[in-house]
Design a protein around this ligand. Structure first.
Ligand code: ZN
Ligand code: FE
Length: 256
């Protein structure tokens, strides 16, 4: 099978990105989350794609407000987490747990449970295409805030992302990159890769271009939340001998 076509588009909520995933071979199309049915339908119409599926990452309103409307309009099958968030998501047809796999457009989709930001957060990983959709688990140079879980839980979740092949392309749900970078450089001030990336993302943003997606390799080099074992960061925090989870927790709390 050739690689799936991915179309990312911004919509106004909280710097959210929407994503459509399309197979030219089977004609199937899915989207990641739907905070705004009109914006998603417009993107589908622009591409001339018919929506067959909706993949939900977690229950937050900016990810689910438009799900029912979009589902009904397109008669789509909704796949979502088999975990209860504070507000159980309406309209899910198939519920997925950690390690579950399913087929979409002839590809295997692997479900990776990454709780912490919310207790229902799941990622959709497509090994054949080396791409993952992480919702609010991880951002460019940042990670989701622990609204329902604990920093320790997010640390365990990020380890699952960390273990993927470095060339994996990561799609997250928000354009928070510049503010994340400003925090990252305080924690990791001598990181040359981080400094170079900051220049690059400033150029992209001033040209109104997205900084999403990005590769795991780039995050491993520049995202302080994936670098709790880095000696420079540890020195900066005065935590040279602390366990990695403690270093991570310190960074997560400092970020606010
Ligand atoms: Zn969220
Ligand atoms: Fe969000």
């Amino acid at each position: 099978m050739s690689a799936l076509e991915i179309h990312q588009f911004p919509f106004v909520w909280d710097d959210n990105y929407g994503v459509l995933i399309h197979s030219a071979e089977t004609g199937e199309t899915t989207c990641i989350d739907c905070g705004d049915a009109k914006a998603y339908q417009q993107a589908l119409d622009d591409k001339g794609w018919n929506l067959t599926h909706i993949f939900i990452t977690h229950h937050h309103a900016d990810h689910t407000t438009g799900v029912l409307e979009l589902k009904e309009k397109n008669n789509a099958t909704v796949i979502g987490p088999d975990y209860l968030g504070a507000n159980p998501i309406k309209g899910i047809d198939q519920r997925m747990k950690d390690g579950d796999t399913f087929q979409f457009a002839g590809k295997e989709i692997q479900v990776i449970y990454t709780p912490g930001h919310t207790m229902d957060l799941i990622c959709y990983y497509i090994p054949e295409d080396a791409v993952i959709f992480v919702g609010d688990t991880l951002f460019a140079m940042g990670c989701g805030k622990h609204f329902e879980g604990t920093p320790q839980m997010i640390w365990e979740s990020l380890k699952k992302i960390h273990a993927l092949p470095p060339e994996t392309l990561i799609y997250c749900s928000h354009e928070y990159t510049q503010e994340n970078a400003e925090f990252a450089i305080q924690i990791d001030p001598n990181n040359e890769a981080l400094k170079a990336r900051m220049v690059e993302i400033d150029q992209k943003r001033s040209a109104d271009l997205p900084t999403v997606p990005f590769t795991l390799a780039t995050e491993l080099a520049t995202n302080p939340f994936l670098r709790a074992n880095d000696s420079g960061i540890r020195q900066q925090l005065g935590m040279e001998d602390a366990p990695e989870v403690d270093v991570f927790t310190e960074i997560r709390i400092k970020r606010g």
